[in-house]
Design a protein around this ligand. Structure first.
Ligand code: F6R
Length: 619
């Protein structure tokens, strides 16, 4: 939520800042802006509502001089104040000599704003961020921190409540940026005689792969000579340096028309890489294991907490974890979890699933669980992000960077990671023999190939998408693991094509939702394997008949060779045969493609659906 970039060094800052913003646009695209410190006592800003392209056109028109070796940029996902030019970041103080960009929410901004206004300061935006620019300008102008930008920033941060990554520059201090973080991400890029700041390494990966991750309540000062990290109280602070092990091509479109197309195509690799290194011949291996086998053995119930697509991965995980471990598993929306007083204790394992590792709802659920002394295991795609840092153990999904706002490859990787958690628990608790765990892992290892085959079968779905793109709504039905797949298919269609879509447990339809069925309504049905579960299959067949009899247009996703379903399918897509629990790994793919193609034929940008941001760092 909001992308932040900063640069200082020997090169012109503007092109580097714009390039960084382009790579971070997935974090928000309501407006964009830059500020450049020119080295001659000046600071200029340019900002525009809408996508980054609007700002670039504005800059190209040449109305603002933006030369200088120190600069910052921001791409916004609006929280306080509409997506307008005046609310776009950077924000400046009354003198226009200090500029601030911000990701997060300053929770006490109303009080600060009132206080500033009572002292005659006129606000020029509706944002929570602007107050920081005024406070910083004042702290730098007078009092104990006068003339000292880092000390001024530290003093301001001590007055702020909420979540923030802040970056500030001052016309009087060319060649320096000061940044601070609390509950929002910030990484430093360490180049050769130049330094970067960003919400995500993707912003500077083209220039350096050496990075430093800031901890909670830390402040960093960058100049072309290096960086210095302290706490908000000015004390030396611990931080973690790391090498980014993916390169620029992973963050580029690689010849695909959109990131989402590329990420869908990358799914076999995302799965294979997620499995890699998680089995060592003796059993399942977690990445950062701060929980002993003994502790895992005492677990007596599991909660999976997550949001959106990650939540759907947990719903699938439940079937596998319960089946393999015989432990009760509850799957809960992270945004609801802590508000209902869940029963947690030291014997509870909370599995927090998050691609970004910074989703505020999930992070707060983790903190709540830890306060109740539950053990927390994170499934995460972003190395070193907040959720894994605050967890007892981590299983990283090695899906690589996902830029398309709609989660695709990371969903499949999360599902896979949930299976691995199930196997790790089964192994620790002894509910499966070691050779059974090995066998399941071997079957899972065959899934990247099945996913690759599935991707070659998608042309009919693309044709179908054009055909149903004018429908009013689409329903999705499934049973067992097909039910969460139906929910995920509906979510993808809503977020990408802005169409009404609902996912239902097929058996539940006759308890109400069947009233929605009308002539020609497309209903996508995820059919279980007739061989793996004949009873479930025959129940689902009855459900298809019920809706077809009421005029629905049945779009049936079935296992190859399933002859019984053909007579009831207006459209039939056959997928490779895979083990029952692993069906979501293939069955989700046509639904991702269906949603993407419907959105495309309606003329929408599938990488940047309206109103959304890739990581949601506010509750
Ligand atoms: C939908 C989507 C979102 C995320 C959700 C959680 O395509 O991407 O529903 O799954 O916002 O995000 P993470 O996994 O980063 O916690």
């Amino acid at each position: 939520m909001c992308g932040i970039v900063g640069y200082t060094g020997p090169r012109q800052a503007l092109p580097l800042v714009l390039e960084g913003l382009r790579r971070l646009e997935y974090r928000g695209y309501d407006s964009a802006g830059v500020a450049i410190v020119d080295g001659e006592g000046g600071l200029s800003t340019a900002k525009k509502a809408g996508v980054l392209g609007n700002l670039e056109h504005f800059i190209d028109s040449g109305d603002v001089a933006l030369a200088g070796l120190t600069g910052m940029g921001h791409t916004r996902w609006a929280t306080h104040g509409g997506p307008t030019d005046r609310n776009a970041h950077p924000h400046t103080d009354a003198t226009g000599r200090v500029a601030v960009i911000h990701n997060g929410i300053i929770e006490n901004f109303v009080t600060i704003r009132k206080d500033l206004e009572s002292r005659g300061i006129e606000m020029r935006s509706d944002t929570d961020t602007e107050v920081v620019a005024h406070l910083l300008g004042q702290a730098f102008a007078q009092g104990p921190t006068a003339g000292d930008l880092p000390a001024s920033m530290a003093a301001v941060c001590r007055c702020l409540e909420g979540a923030f990554t802040l970056v500030a520059g001052h016309a009087d201090v060319p060649g320096m940026l000061v940044a601070a973080r609390r509950n929002s991400p910030l990484v430093i890029g360490v180049g050769d005689g130049e330094m970067f700041l960003a919400s995500d390494v993707a912003a500077f990966i083209a220039h350096t792969r050496e990075a430093v991750e800031l901890g909670q309540d830390q402040l960093v000062v960058i100049t072309s000579h290096g960086y210095e990290v302290t706490s908000f109280s000015g004390r030396e602070a611990d931080f973690k340096a790391f090498h980014v092990n993916w390169d620029l091509s992973a963050a580029e479109k690689g010849g695909y028309p959109t990131f989402m197309d590329k990420e869908i195509a990358e799914q076999p690799h995302a799965l294979a890489d997620t499995l890699l290194g998680h089995f060592d011949g003796n059993g399942i291996v977690l990445d950062e294991q701060r929980l002993g086998e003994d502790e895992l053995r005492t677990i007596d119930k599991v909660f999976v907490v997550a949001c959106g697509t990650a939540f759907h991965s947990g719903l699938i995980g439940k079937y596998a974890i319960e089946h393999w471990t015989r432990l009760p598993v509850e799957v809960e929306l992270a945004s609801e979890f802590r508000y209902r007083d869940p029963v947690l204790d030291r014997e509870t394992l909370v599995v927090a699933v998050s691609q970004s590792g910074e989703t505020a709802d999930t992070l707060e659920a983790v903190r709540h669980a830890r306060r109740q002394r539950a053990r927390v295991l994170a499934i995460c795609n972003t190395n070193g992000s907040q959720i894994p840092r605050e967890s007892d153990a981590v299983l990283y999904t090695h899906a690589g960077p996902e830029v398309g706002v709609a989660a695709t490859k990371t969903f499949l990787a999360q599902v896979t990671a949930n299976y691995l958690v199930g196997l790790a628990l089964a192994q620790a608790r002894g509910t499966k023999y070691r050779d059974e765990v090995t066998r399941e892992f071997e079957l899972l290892s065959e899934m990247p190939a099945a996913v690759a085959t599935t991707l070659t079968l998608m042309d009919p779905i693309r044709e179908l998408a054009a055909d149903i793109s004018r429908s009013k709504a689409v329903l999705f039905l499934g049973r067992h693991v097909g039910f969460p797949v139906a929910l995920e298919g509906a979510l993808k269609l809503k977020e990408l094509a802005y169409m009404h879509a609902e996912g239902f447990a097929a058996g539940e339809l006759k308890h109400g939702p069947i009233a929605l069925i009308e002539e020609g309504l497309p209903v996508v049905v995820i059919t279980p394997s007739p061989k793996a579960d004949p009873m479930l299959h025959s129940k689902l067949l009855s459900n298809i008949r019920e809706i077809q009899a009421r005029g629905a247009r049945t779009i049936v996703i079935a296992e190859e060779g399933d002859d019984t379903v053909a007579p009831f399918a207006d459209f039939l897509l056959e997928l490779p045969r895979v083990p029952k629990l692993f069906q979501p790994l293939v069955a989700t793919i046509p639904l991702q493609i269906l949603a993407a193609e419907i959105a495309r034929s309606r003329g929408y940008d599938i990488d940047k659906p309206r109103n959304l941001a890739k990581s949601v760092t506010v509750e």
